[in-house]
Design a protein. Structure first.
Length: 504
């Protein structure tokens, strides 16, 4: 069956800049994300540079990875950075009690992470230990990384082989303080965040965006407490906030909770419930933004979603604490839907980090020894990279089929568009499990021609890539035409598509 949808895009009406940092990534010391993922060691037969796996670097550079968050996650609040510097064979071990209760040898530490970011061309987002650490420990880590003189921490960095300081633009003040980061109340954490942020200094020319750990999904108590800690309703104070951003986390499942259903073996009902749960982030984002606008109408404090993605059962036969799951077409559509929503809120939402980059949860890349597989979600990032630092375009869906999920209508078409120079990029996420969709988009304001159109799908929404079929789910050309200013495409069931336009 083929259904129809109509939309309008105003090619001459621009909005906020879609920050490239909305396409950020997350690498935690969890399962095989770092070890057996990014880090294989200098003696590995797998091609590497100073222990960092080169095919992963190449793949991530191809999607223009803008930033990388590390070392966690929950792990951040039990990580003590001094254990990860100096000669590797002399670094103390630690127990990773959050993820698999395994022993961490600290071979991948500060210098290795900063080396990885240099190789990726990505900005580092370092998450400090507020939960079990001290203000002094976090302050000295900032100094170690970013100070350029003869201070004690700068001297220590030079003793460990790095003369020049690094640029570190993003700094996390703990993680999930409502849970694994300390089980704090919002008000208590807000005061801790103020205290820690005060001692995370801007050294030399390095300026930190200090990110306070905020809500689990739509828990607005956290956003309100963090906003009240730096401003008040109706205030006209001109002082700068001690932290510059507030985070929240949002994991998608089918409504039964994280880690309760399989990644690949799902029913149509579970599929649609997953899409409905993914779409809920729009309401949650709007709620956080409205509250922040009330306290901060000038927009001095950014909103960050530094953990998002799907969370399914681990694959059978793998360590339950390693969170290794398969990545299907369904996951790719969750990503496409999220990005459309992120783009619409780009005025306040300035960064997002998918969880996680390699071998964990909704990963970009899965490895098994020397084999490397790019997931369907990876391809969404690659197809969408033209949105990075582009301007939003006004886009409106006029008509679309929908599916009733838990007494609510789920629109089966989502779209967003942006422009950079004389190129526009349109993203289309089609959620129907079985039906094709003919889409007509009225392009207004500027003449346009199709430069390239691609679509990502497979026979079923549960299909995935593996070493035996690495391109089972990969983008292929899509027929797209413009006649009398109307763009027409036919989207297969459960598909993600992009259309690039040359503008007159």
């Amino acid at each position: 069956m083929t259904e129809t949808a109509r939309a309008v895009i105003d090619l001459d009406v621009t909005g906020a800049t879609i920050s490239r940092h909305l396409y950020g990534h997350f690498a935690e010391h969890l399962g095989r994300c770092i070890y057996d993922g990014f880090w294989v060691g200098e003696d590995s037969p797998i091609p590497n540079e100073r222990g960092i796996r080169l095919d992963i670097v190449e793949a991530l550079r191809a999607v223009n990875i803008p930033n990388l968050r590390w070392p966690g996650g929950c792990f951040a609040d039990e990580y003590h950075w001094r254990d990860g510097i100096g000669p590797r064979d002399q670094r103390p071990r630690m127990a990773n009690t959050h993820w698999g209760d395994v022993i961490e040898n600290n071979h991948f530490g500060t210098h290795e992470f900063m080396d990885l970011c240099d190789m990726l061309g990505a900005d580092p987002y370092v998450n400090g230990n507020l939960g079990s650490g001290t203000v002094q420990e976090m302050s000295e880590w900032v100094e170690y990384l970013t100070r350029d003189d003869d201070s004690p921490m700068a001297r220590l960095r030079r003793e460990n082989g790095r003369d020049e300081p690094w640029k570190v633009p993003f700094w996390g003040l703990g993680n999930e303080a409502w849970g694994c980061g300390g089980n704090m109340s919002p008000e208590h954490y807000a005061q801790e965040a103020r205290r820690y942020a005060t001692f995370c200094r801007n050294h030399g020319g390095n300026e930190l965006t200090r990110i306070a750990a905020g809500a689990n999904e739509g828990d607005l108590r956290w956003t309100r407490a963090l906003m009240e800690a730096v401003n008040c309703l109706g205030c006209t104070k001109d002082d700068n906030p001690v932290y510059q951003a507030i985070s929240f986390h949002y994991y998608t499942h089918s409504g039964t909770g994280i880690n309760t259903e399989d990644a690949a073996g799902f029913t149509d009902d579970q599929y649609y419930r997953t899409m409905a749960y993914a779409a809920r982030i729009e309401r949650i984002l709007a709620s956080h933004v409205a509250l922040m606008d009330a306290y901060d109408p000038r927009g001095r404090i950014d909103l960050v979603c530094d953990e998002w993605g799907t969370w399914w059962n681990v694959e059978e036969g793998t360590n339950p604490g390693f969170l290794f799951q398969q990545n299907t077409v369904r996951d790719a559509l969750v990503a496409g839907l999220h990005f459309d929503i992120f783009h619409r809120h780009a005025r306040r939402l300035t960064m997002a980090n998918i969880a996680q980059t390699v071998n964990v949860l909704q990963a970009m890349i899965l490895t098994d020894g020397e084999s490397l597989v790019l997931t369907p979600t990876y391809h969404v990032f690659e197809m969408n990279k033209g949105h990075q630092d582009a301007l939003q375009l006004g886009s409106h869906i006029l008509e679309t089929p929908s599916e009733t999920v838990a007494d609510e209508d789920l629109p089966l078409l989502s779209l967003s568009a942006s422009v950079k120079d004389r190129t526009a990029l349109i993203s289309l996420t089609h959620l129907s499990a079985h039906d094709e969709l003919d889409v007509s988009i009225d392009l207004r304001g500027r003449a346009a021609s199709v430069a390239r159109a691609r679509v990502l799908t497979a026979e079923t929404a549960s299909d995935f890539n593996d070493p035996s079929a690495p391109d089972r789910v990969a983008p292929v050309p899509l027929e797209a035409r413009i006649a009398d200013g109307v763009l027409s495409v036919r989207l297969p069931a459960h598909s993600f598509a992009t259309v690039e336009l040359d503008l007159a």
